[in-house]
Design a protein around this ligand. Structure first.
Ligand code: PLP
Length: 382
């Protein structure tokens, strides 16, 4: 089978496995044990990963990187943790955020916070001008994702960060899909809080990080996980040393190859897109044509049910809508927000091209998708 679901998760890069392995076998110390070499080795490896990840996003201090179990936890810590210390009562986010952000917003609302959900345009872009016009005296947090996981649209986070900075408001960005794929600069982009995950960039599952700008006086977090005071008290619990080491190595590899890999993925994606546009009628490409994650292509096939299409393409791992929420089979909130009809949403497939996909694989997928769509359309009278 061909794996083309690299937005949902990615395979571990063999170099990442190699980096992690010694921390499962020989260097298994607890990073908090500072009385012997096992602990020192573990702590050194964690510090190195912290440094690597911090540098890759131009964070001012590596100590501002808190390791967590993944982006979902980072987002919860950022959004629920921050709320605990603020006396202001208004938050701005968008309608196309990941469920983890939207669910945190629902919790804030239950706690008496007002939340404004900004609509995207038809390409999935959240206009910075809309952010400006939604600001209130009561606004203390703006949370806008860096890149969308369903349609790939990249947001204007630098402009949004500037607006937040001008108004002394904390800016959180869910950068889960952006890290290692597009440039991120915490300082230039005025980002106060940013959430990351390792498994989207060929690192292990179950590890992520929250960047918090400790120099920003408006950012004081109340931890959600209490205990031994690890991670400067922000996230207690014995550190997942092999996971953190793998995360660091994954970031290192992704950042080093970002420009070249981004061009390669953009090319492979264009092969898919052009082949479908040339050979199929009634399709819609969802998301922004250029401000888009290099490997992500979301296509709506009119009069085709995506689940039937995926069954037909059983030898290709793809996702309909967003796999992150596919436990719930509702029309995608993202596609709805950009104005797709229910039919277009039901016929939508996400292609996630990744590091280990070859051109031959993409050409095979091109052929198979066109065949399958034509077959399904011929079976249902239009
Ligand atoms: N945010 C976005 C944009 C995502 O794509 C994902 C993926 O699942 C998450 C958050 C959650 O990340 P994690 O699986 O690390 O909790």
């Amino acid at each position: 089978p061909i794996y083309l679901d690299n937005i949902a998760t990615t395979v571990l890069d063999p170099e990442v496995i190699a980096a992690m392995m010694p921390y499962f076998t020989d260097h298994y110390g607890n990073a908090a044990s500072q009385s012997h070499s096992f602990g020192w080795e573990a702590m050194q490896a964690v510090d190195y990963a912290r440094q690597t990840i911090s540098e890759s996003i131009n964070a001012p201090h590596s100590r501002d990187m808190i390791f967590t179990s993944g982006a979902t936890e980072s987002i919860n810590l950022a959004m629920i943790g921050l709320q605990g210390r603020s006396n202001k009562k208004h938050v701005i986010t968008s309608m196309i955020e990941h469920k983890s952000v939207l669910d945190c917003c629902a919790r804030l609302e239950a706690n008496g916070i007002e939340v404004t959900y900004l609509p995207p345009d038809s390409d999935g872009v959240i206009s910075p001008a809309l952010v400006s016009s939604a600001l209130k005296a009561e606004t203390y947090l703006v949370s806008i994702m860096a890149a969308n996981n369903e349609i790939g649209t990249i947001q204007k986070i630098e402009q949004i960060g500037r607006i937040c900075n001008d108004h002394d408001i904390v800016f959180h960005t869910d950068a889960t899909q952006a890290l290692g794929k597009i440039e991120l600069d915490m300082q230039r982009m005025n980002i106060g809080l940013a959430s990351f995950s390792a498994h989207k960039i060929y690192g292990p599952k179950g590890v992520g990080a929250l960047y918090l700008n400790s120099g920003n006086k408006n950012i004081t977090l109340t931890p959600l996980v209490l205990g031994g005071g690890h991670e400067r008290g922000m996230r207690s619990g014995t550190l997942n040393v092999p996971g953190i080491v793998g995360f660091g190595r994954a970031v290192e590899i992704a950042v080093k190859n970002m420009t070249v890999e981004s061009q390669r993925l953009t090319y492979l994606k264009s092969l898919l897109r052009e082949h479908m546009l040339e050979n199929l009628s009634d399709i819609r490409i969802n998301g922004h044509m250029t401000d888009c994650l290099p490997g992500l292509l979301n296509v709506s096939f009119n009069d085709v049910d995506a689940d039937s299409l995926l069954l037909e393409l059983a030898d290709i791992a793809l996702s309909s809508g967003s796999a992150c929420t596919s436990a719930q089979r509702a029309p995608s909130h993202v596609l709805k927000a950009i104005g797709a009809t229910n039919g277009q949403s039901q016929g939508s497939v996400r292609f996630g091209v990744g590091r280990f996909n070859s051109q031959d694989e993409i050409r095979y997928v091109c052929r198979r998708v066109v065949e399958a769509v034509k077959k399904l359309r011929s079976m249902t009278p239009r």
